[in-house]
Design a protein around this ligand. Structure first.
Ligand SMILES: [Zn+2]
Length: 272
């Protein structure tokens, strides 16, 4: 695993001078972006020089780059969307689509925990797939939508069902997209050292999103694609982590699933 530090900052000639002096490439603009590997000798110097500017605290994200071997040998991997396309409808208010799509009896608007899907998602129009064949909607980070033929080829053989998706205006079922039906939940282990928030309104907890490291190991399950018992997110957003088995990952790779990336989970043996 290679750790990359991603720094973002508003254009500031003093910061630019430091970055230039060290010869670190960056993307120029109103918001500048600079990436540097943890094992790059210049990282330590850069982080020291940037201390007065606070960006190491504010605009700093850790990105983990995993080797092919790490991906190919993990028992389980988090599946992460690289393509958010469209919104759950009606999207003019958050509660508009929530009440049509979810049972919100135990839903907390403050932390976003506790909604259960009761009806198909409503799309504004058919997805414009292009080269891709799997997507997530904006706002909904623990559901996946795929082309029907991809569901049959990749997911159905692993016992994963699908749900219809309908057009918001007419309620008509779309034949160009289905939702993967993720029914199984599994407990993630070894979260003790991770920061979490306790909701002031409902008292439930959610973990801050995990970046720059292996994902926590799930309990063994017979499901090839499932979600975590625990919630992740910040503010009013909460989602379960979506995880696939090594077998499903391999099948998705060979079938050319496009629109996602993967982060390996630590195997239970290594973490103990
Ligand atoms: Zn809450």
């Amino acid at each position: 695993m290679k750790i990359i530090h991603r720094l973002t900052f508003r254009y500031d000639s003093k910061i630019i001078a430091i970055v230039n002096e060290l010869g670190i490439p960056f993307k120029d603009g109103f918001i500048c972006v600079c990436k540097i590997a943890e094992n790059d000798a210049r990282w330590h110097e850069l982080s020291e020089l940037l201390k007065p500017f606070d960006i190491v605290k504010c605009g700093h994200t850790l990105i983990a780059e995993f080797s092919k071997k790490e991906l190919d040998t993990a028992d389980y991997l988090e599946i992460v969307s690289k393509w958010h396309h469209g919104y759950p409808e009606p999207s003019d208010t958050i509660m508009g689509f929530m009440e049509l799509t979810y049972n919100v009896q135990n839903y907390c608007q403050k932390c976003g925990i506790g909604a259960f899907q009761k009806a198909p998602f409503r799309f504004k129009k058919s997805p414009v797939w292009g080269q891709r064949n799997i997507l997530q909607l904006n706002w909904i980070f623990d559901e996946y939508f795929v082309k029907p033929e991809i569901w049959r080829e990749v997911f159905e053989p692993f016992g994963i069902g699908c749900r219809p998706v309908v057009l918001d205006k007419s309620g008509r079922e779309l034949d160009s997209v289905v939702q993967l039906e993720l029914t199984e939940l599994a407990e993630l282990n070894d979260l003790d050292d991770l920061p979490f928030d306790t909701c002031a309104s409902c008292g439930r907890i959610k973990y801050l999103p995990i970046t720059g490291r292996f994902m926590p190991p799930p309990n063994k399950t017979s499901a090839a694609m499932f979600r975590s018992n625990q919630y992740f997110g910040s503010g009013a957003s909460a989602n379960r982590m979506v995880i696939v088995s090594q077998e499903l990952f391999a099948k998705a790779q060979s079938a050319g699933l496009k629109g996602v990336s993967y982060e390996p989970c630590l195997s239970k043996q290594i973490s103990n």
